[in-house]
Write a protein that binds this ligand. Structure first.
Ligand code: NAP
Length: 259
């Protein structure tokens, strides 16, 4: 059986380029999406010669509606594409009160709008044929308002929720959805977000991160958190959330809200 082609966003460097390397070595043809065409060409040339897979380059700025639409069309129309890796994303340095509304809008466009629109473009086709996968790259920051990256963390909380919801909706139709939650990983993201080198946290190697995430992918985990050693903590967290669900059906306010 032919292996599905995989479309990877943010494939010019970092986590996305590492996914491209790993999936090429597994024998998948690729479509690489990012803004930097030259970098993607160089990666594609190298991976083609090392693995023999076919690789297309689709340059796009995913914060621009017209260019995003081109990627959506490719996902809708190209039957060979069976896996989407929604990886493109950025950070935003500084405190909320110092971040401009425009920078916040750009971040939300890239980290959330493009992720949801690209999933929306491919999901109906995958569900109709009863297989395929969507990998969404979130972040542990989406679970940790304490880290002081409020807008970035909020976009990543969106990615986690979207993934969990889509897993419930699409899983029964044969489409596997995975959220990957890295913690600090050594890539260009930190420099691009203007982080101060001196204050950077300890980082995971990007190869270790992606290889671990792919173990989660192969196990069909819904949420993969490579840096979390004690997975009972995630189960307890998720269990506490689920224990609240029956309470949300109460029609009377809780006694503590009695006027
Ligand atoms: N590194 C970490 O510590 C860390 C931790 C948790 C989660 N993550 C998440 O992991 C994902 C990948 O990040 P990374 O660490 O690999 O960052 P990175 O090294 O900065 O790579 C980001 C990728 O996204 C692409 N990109 C950025 N803006 C884009 C745009 N407007 N349109 C299209 N592509 C765009 C970049 O390519 P071009 O510049 O060529 O467009 C690049 O390929 C992100 O979603 C990030 O939030 C990273």
């Amino acid at each position: 059986m032919t292996k599905p082609t995989i479309l990877i966003t943010g494939a010019s460097t970092g986590i996305g380029a590492t996914y491209a390397d790993r999936f090429a070595r597994r024998g998948h043809d690729l479509v690489l999406v990012a803004r930097d065409e030259m970098r993607m060409k160089a990666l594609a040339d190298q991976l083609r010669s090392e693995t023999g897979v076919a690789i297309n380059i689709l340059p796009a700025d995913l914060t621009r509606a017209d260019e995003l639409a081109g990627v959506e069309a490719r996902l809708r129309d190209d039957d060979r594409i069976g896996i989407l890796v929604n990886n493109a994303g950025a950070g935003l340095g500084g405190r909320f009160i110092d971040q401009s509304a425009d920078a916040i809008t750009q971040l939300i466009a890239l980290n959330t709008t493009s992720v949801a629109r690209l999933a929306s473009a491919v999901a109906p086709r995958l569900a109709a044929r009863g297989d395929g996968a969507i990998i969404n790259i979130g972040s542990v920051v989406g679970l940790a308002p304490e880290l002081g990256m409020s807008v970035y963390g909020a976009t990543k909380a969106f990615v986690l929720f979207l993934s969990q919801g889509l897993s419930l909706e699409l899983g029964p139709q044969g489409v596997y959805v995975q959220a990957v939650l890295p913690a600090a990983t050594r890539t260009e993201l930190w420099g691009r977000a203007g982080a101060d080198e001196a204050t950077l946290p300890p980082m995971m190697d990007v190869n270790d991160l992606v290889d671990a995430a792919l173990v989660g992918f192969d196990k069909r985990e819904v949420v993969s958190i490579p840096p979390l050693h004690d997975d009972a903590l995630w189960d307890a967290f998720n269990g506490a959330r689920q224990a609240m669900l029956p309470g949300f059906g109460q029609t009377q306010p809780a006694p503590r809200y009695a006027a």
